[in-house]
Structures are given as C-alpha cells and as structure tokens.
Design a binder for this molecule. Structure first.
Ligand code: CP
Length: 302
C-alpha cells in the first residue's frame, strides 16, 4: 500500500481494510502523533465538500503535516483553461500526496496514471468514494463488533450515490445480505448487482421502507444527488421519496445503527438525531481517524 494510489475500493484487499481500520482505532485512542511533520499534502477539491475536505485537512493538521490546495477550482488556473493533467503534473512537484475530488467519473484514475505521487480519490462523479467507504467500514465494525454476516439496508439514491457503490464492493467480502430501497428510477446499477450475483451474495430490492427494517443491523441512508440529474423535474419527482422518522424505528434491533454519509437534506428527520441508534455524526468524526490511518500507510510513516 506504500506509495500506492487509492482510486477505487477495489484497489485494496480485505487484509488492507483491516490494516487501515486497526490503525484508525489506534489514532482514535491517541490522535496526537506528529507523524506527518515533514510532509506536504495537496487537497484539490473541484467539487463542493464539507466532511471529506475538512476531515482530511484535520487529519493532516493533527499529524503535524502541511496542507496546500483549493476548495473550488475557480480560483485556480483551471479557470484559464489549464488541463487536469497539467494541474496534477504541477501539484505533484509540490506535494508528497494528492487528495482529489472531481465531478468527472474516472478522473481520479486518470490523475493516478499521470502523477508520480500517490492520488487519493475523494469522490469522482457518481463513481466511487473509497475513503468514505473506509470510514463506513470503521463505523460499522465499531458499532457491530464485526463486519461479518450483517443485514444492510441501503436507502435512497442508489444510482448516483457513489458511497453506496464503494460500500457494496467492500462489504461483499463479509457475507452480508443487502436490501436496496429506492425509487425505480434510482435503483442500484446493474453492474453492481451482477457483481453480487457473481459472488453469490443475496440482495433484495424494495420500493418502500417496510417492516423488513426490523431485521436490519445497519440502515445506510443517502441523499438524492440533485447535482447528477440532467432534468430538474426528475429530481423533483423523487427528492422526498424517503424520510426516516423516529416512529419508524420502533421495534428495530437493539444493535441497529442509522448511518448517512451526509450532507442530509430531508431524508432523515431531525427527530432521529437524539435517538441512540443515530450514528451519522459519529460516522463523520470517524472520517478523521480513517483518513489519518490511510495517509500514514500510503506515506509509509506507520
Ligand atoms: N460524505 C461526504 O462526502 O460529504 P462531503 O460531500 O461534505 O464531503
């Protein structure tokens, strides 16, 4: 994993996940370790972000590293027509590691090919969000005690939601049962269902949240990704398809946790926030530890 880019969660094995999760656990217990004191890390965000960018930057600062970068490309020479290739070739002369979010699917893979410094994909269009996946795995293991044999409900925009694509691939290593709850127009793409079929993993598709959630270990809720719709009217039709409310969680399993990569729009009522089963803000915090671990492993300092 040293000096290797993380573009897709497929780039890592089950053993790699454990290595990262174990180190993240160590950082949660003792975050004040100045392991990146001699490193400069670039944070290039061509698309909006709160958690991913700020948790990466928090992780770098806590580890004593330095951050360069931008949170919107309008202030860079991209606005003068500079290509992604030239931007990456330039930044790779300054930084030891590049964290990049970009709206175009495949952009992170392309950057990893042109760069001689490792690239961490912080989200490429509706394709993949592998570091979110690592913190999701961390959150699931922390709350369930294990990643094995869980009943996972993925709810919302399963078509454009890149976090659920990465999570499906990673969790498929741990004998899960998946329940996909989405409007018909936002179903899990066929390629991911084919992937599960090949691995012999069971999944069920639902239009509605029903009594089945009483058997869930994890309900992973996603926002309908307005920015990926070409027709705003199509977004209007599905934007409030599901709203999780406290009442719906009555009779659910004691170990159930509600996860959401955030940002939330309407899909989880704020009355759920004080329910002990709500875990999404802890999940966002876990992003700092998972990203600390990932960067230290890639940079070979741990
Ligand atoms: N979960 C996530 O990617 O959030 P941001 O878009 O705020 O980074």
């Amino acid at each position: 994993m040293k000096n290797k880019s993380l573009v897709s969660i497929n780039d890592y094995s089950k053993e790699d996940y454990f290595k990262i999760l174990d180190l993240a656990e160590e950082f949660q217990k003792n975050p004040k370790q100045k392991l990146l004191e001699n490193h400069v890390i670039a944070s290039l965000f061509f698309e909006p972000s709160t958690r991913t960018r700020l948790s990466f930057e928090t992780a770098i600062q806590r580890l004593g590293g330095k951050v360069i970068g931008f949170s919107e490309s309008g202030s860079t020479s991209v606005s003068k027509g500079e290509s992604l290739k030239d931007t990456i070739l330039t930044v790779s002369r300054y930084a030891d590691l590049i964290v990049m979010r970009h709206p175009v699917e495949g952009s992170a893979r392309y950057a990893s090919v042109v760069s001689d410094k490792p690239i961490i994909n912080a989200g490429d269009g509706s394709n993949q969000h592998p570091t979110q996946c690592l913190l999701d795995l961390y959150s699931i293991r922390k709350t369930q005690g294990s990643l094995e044999n869980l009943n996972l409900f993925l709810v919302g925009d399963l078509k454009y939601g890149r976090t659920v694509h990465s999570l499906l691939i990673a969790m498929s290593e741990f004998n899960p049962v998946f329940n996909f709850v989405s409007p018909p127009s936002l179903r899990m793409p066929q390629e991911y269902k084919d992937f599960l079929d090949k691995k012999g993993i069971k999944y069920y598709e639902h239009n509605e949240i029903n009594d089945n959630i009483k058997h869930a270990d994890i309900i992973y809720v996603t926002r309908v990704q307005r920015e990926r719709f070409s027709d705003p009217m199509d977004y209007e039709k599905v934007k409030n398809a599901y709203v999780i409310k406290n009442k719906m969680l009555e009779g659910t399993k004691d170990n159930l946790k509600i996860l959401h990569p955030l940002p939330r729009v309407n899909e989880i009522d704020t009355d759920v926030d004080t329910n002990p089963k709500a875990y999404y803000f802890d999940q966002a915090e876990n992003g700092v530890y998972a990203r600390m671990a990932l960067m230290c492993i890639i940079l070979g300092v741990k």
